[in-house]
Design a protein around this ligand. Structure first.
Ligand SMILES: Nc1nc2c(c(=O)[nH]1)N[C@H]1C(S)=C(S)[C@@H](COP(=O)(O)O)O[C@H]1N2
Ligand SMILES: [Mo]
Length: 335
């Protein structure tokens, strides 16, 4: 499988000065309208709006029970609009289901996400296997509107529903010896044509990792939904990581194992091509991928004849929030 070979298609420059804004609102989402009611409430609060897939099936009971009060926080600029749901759920990377952008949407429906459990092990005081529902916070979820920048130089803006990873990790009482967090994706070859394919370069299961301070950073998020509904399978149902200042491949999908470790985990992409995909993978317009520049990105949706090309920003525009994590580090060496 030739992956991440497409590279960027940035041809023109279209720079818009942006200022990040951080806003927080407490919204009361009353009534059974849920997804739709939520959109109305957001509009009043001045949030960027989106069209959700409001089908009842997309709001299962565990989500319905927690949509009553969702705090939202937009971490994008005022001039950025949310990518339509159809693009965010139809143009995906989830190599377990195949190498093409429409493979995940075509094949991921077969993946069984119920029941789901996650093993938590390693350097924690309370290891165990936990049912998906028991991992969810008892009170409201949060909505985070983040940019997602793929290493292939395309990007989207996605409204995630979920909770900070730090909240979950604290519940397992990490030991002082825990310096990294390792994540693993479900491995179900019978439902995953990409895993069965002999062209695949990935040594399954898909593995990702973070340094413990990155994992505990307030922007680091575990998503259980998007666009006011549950996650579509192709986006990593029922539980996926979202690390908005890193290239998209760090945001591992359909997580079944979270391990706190002493040593830096070996990730799938490092194993395939260590010179191309580093452990840190912080978005950085000045550090080129060996085969293409990372200076610009194509914001989706983006027509072939009128691509929405934007300047890529250090740490994907979240520099003021995360730069402290990397003080004194050489971002060219530790890419
Ligand atoms: N398990 C798993 N997680 C994964 C991937 C994958 O192939 N398998 N692809 C990554 C890449 S390269 C990107 S860009 C994002 C895409 O997330 P999205 O499809 O929700 O936009 O998922 C990441 N998480
Ligand atoms: Mo990606």
């Amino acid at each position: 499988m030739l992956i991440h070979l497409g590279g960027p298609s940035c041809r023109e420059s279209e720079v818009t000065p942006e200022s990040i804004y951080f806003r927080r609102r407490d919204l009361l989402r009353a009534g059974a309208g849920l997804a739709l009611g939520a959109i109305a409430a957001r509009a009043h609060a001045g949030a960027p709006s989106y069209e959700a897939d409001g089908r009842a099936a997309a709001v299962p009971p565990w989500l319905q029970a927690r949509l009553g009060s969702v705090r939202w926080q937009a971490v994008v600029a005022e001039n950025e609009s949310i990518t339509p749901f159809g693009d965010a759920s139809g143009y995906n990377n989830f190599y377990e289901f195949g190498p093409d952008k429409d493979d995940p949407a075509r094949h991921a429906g077969k993946m069984k996400t119920e029941p789901w459990s996650v093993v938590v092990d390693g350097e924690v005081g309370r290891p165990g296997r936990f049912a998906f529902e028991d991992l969810l916070p008892r009170r409201g979820l949060e909505e985070r509107i983040y940019r997602l920048r793929c290493v292939e130089a395309w990007s989207m803006v996605i409204p995630w529903l979920g909770f900070p990873l730090a909240e979950l990790i604290k519940r397992f009482e990490p030991l002082s010896s825990a310096r990294y967090v390792r994540f693993e994706t479900l491995l179900a070859p019978q439902d995953m044509p990409g895993v069965r394919s002999s062209f695949s370069l990935i040594d399954w299961p898909y593995v990702e990792g973070l340094r413990i301070d990155e994992a505990m950073h307030p922007l680091t998020f575990l998503a259980v939904g998007m666009y006011g509904r549950e996650l579509p399978n192709q986006n990593g149902a029922p539980l996926r990581l979202v690390v908005p200042w890193k290239y998209g491949f760090k945001s591992i999908k359909s997580i079944v194992r979270i391990s706190l470790e002493r040593d830096q985990p070996r990730t799938s992409w490092q194993s395939i091509a260590p010179s191309e995909y580093g452990f840190y993978a912080n978005v950085n317009p000045e550090v080129s991928h060996p085969r293409w520049s990372q200076a610009k990105e194509r914001r989706l949706p983006s027509g072939l004849f009128s691509p929405d090309i934007r300047e890529t920003r250090l740490f994907n525009g979240y520099e003021s929030e995360v730069a402290d994590l990397y003080r004194g580090m050489d971002l060219r060496r530790d890419y």
